[in-house]
Design a protein around this ligand. Structure first.
Ligand code: ATP
Length: 335
């Protein structure tokens, strides 16, 4: 079956029973506004206590019918960074849905990426969430939100949130989600790094930092080495409800960033420098997830535009986004 020109057509049939020719789904990247990380459990995972916010950096996934399974990617500078084989999370999502529903056809997935690869913003997870929604529609397999969530959780801890979007509290491995009330719109500047960070390597670096703290008797070592992740305090939810960027800025926290700083010390220096030079208009900053993307929260859209422009003049890649944003959703019509 032809997979040509997936970006140029939108040809849903007029009735809703015939085969679809193309389904377009968009899914957001995320920032962890709060990330508490516990010590390794027996299964080799770190329990998490997190608050996700979806942001307006979207991955576009277009699904077209095909005999087998394949994936193509655009929007990345270095194509080598995204695998096109079974390691690709979107392809795995499509195959998992086919297996779960006994669907015997295939799909070609064309992904246009905007979320930085290996940037700690869950781009691969967004692709997987979008692929689940797109294939479920294309194949008319009709799984409901609960079943899609189940498959998403099997694909990775961040995938269910990419389906859901908005703002949500995640516990367990981040996949047990509860929507969180949030008021207003938050303006972000995302500062990219040329080279990604491997999430497992950042967790290992965090384990190392914690072990050293214990060994050298750092004053707050006990507090930091608790078995359980630091829980989201109630004041955090109050700041989300306030809709006030200053309040949220004060509450941002990422326990994992000690690992990112260990692997890339310049991240800590950059956060300090940008916050100090922002004249108070940058109201909070943290490493996004495992990094190396840094998320700066600004007091207004204008302040964020100015901060991003200043960073670009300095030769850095800075993107603008706002949150919260919608979870994986169908894009209708031609685009
Ligand atoms: P994580 O979800 O592990 O925290 P991340 O958000 O930092 O990761 P991603 O862009 O999701 O970063 O990708 C992490 C790695 O996953 C990449 O280095 C890449 O090798 C692999 N990967 C698999 N599928 C995809 C995909 N569809 N897009 C990007 N990377 C993918």
């Amino acid at each position: 079956m032809s997979t040509a020109d997936p970006w140029e057509r939108d040809s849903r049939p007029s009735d809703d029973t015939g085969p679809l020719a193309r389904v377009h789904v968009r899914a957001p990247g995320k920032i962890n506004l709060f990330l508490g990380v516990g010590d390794l459990d027996e299964d080799g995972y770190h329990p998490l206590s997190t608050v996700f916010q979806a942001v307006s950096l979207y991955e576009d996934v277009i699904a077209t019918p095909a005999d087998g399974f394949s994936v193509g990617v655009s929007g990345v500078e270095d194509p080598e960074t995204v695998p096109l084989d079974d390691r690709n999370l979107a392809l795995r999502a499509a195959k998992m849905l086919a297996a779960a529903t006994a669907y015997d056809g295939g799909v070609h997935l064309q992904i246009h990426k905007r979320v930085p690869v290996a940037g700690g913003m869950g781009g691969g997870s967004a692709d997987a969430a979008a692929a689940l929604v797109a294939c479920n529609e294309l194949w008319r397999t009709g799984l409901g939100a609960d079943r899609l969530h189940e498959l998403a959780a099997r694909l990775g801890a961040d995938v269910p949130f990419a389906l859901m979007g908005g703002t949500a509290v995640g516990s367990g491995r981040g996949d047990v989600l509860t929507p969180a009330l949030s008021r207003g719109r938050y303006e972000w500047v995302l500062l990219l790094d040329d080279e990604g960070l491997s999430t497992p390597a950042v967790y290992r670096a965090l384990d190392m930092v914690r072990a050293e703290d214990a060994e050298f008797g750092a004053a707050d070592a006990e507090a930091r080495r608790r078995q359980d992740p630091v829980q989201v305090p109630s004041s955090f939810f109050e700041s989300l409800l306030s809709g006030d960027p200053f309040e949220l800025g004060q509450s941002l926290r990422n326990q994992l960033q000690a690992g990112s700083f260990r692997l890339r010390p310049q991240l800590e220096e950059t956060i300090e420098r940008v916050c100090d030079s922002g004249g108070g208009s940058v109201v909070g900053a943290l490493v996004s997830g495992s990094g190396p993307t840094i998320a700066f929260l600004c007091e207004s859209a204008e302040a964020a535009d100015l901060t991003a422009a200043t960073l670009r003049v300095q030769g850095r890649t800075a993107l603008r986004a706002h949150g919260p944003a919608r979870g994986a959703h169908l894009v209708a019509g031609t685009d």
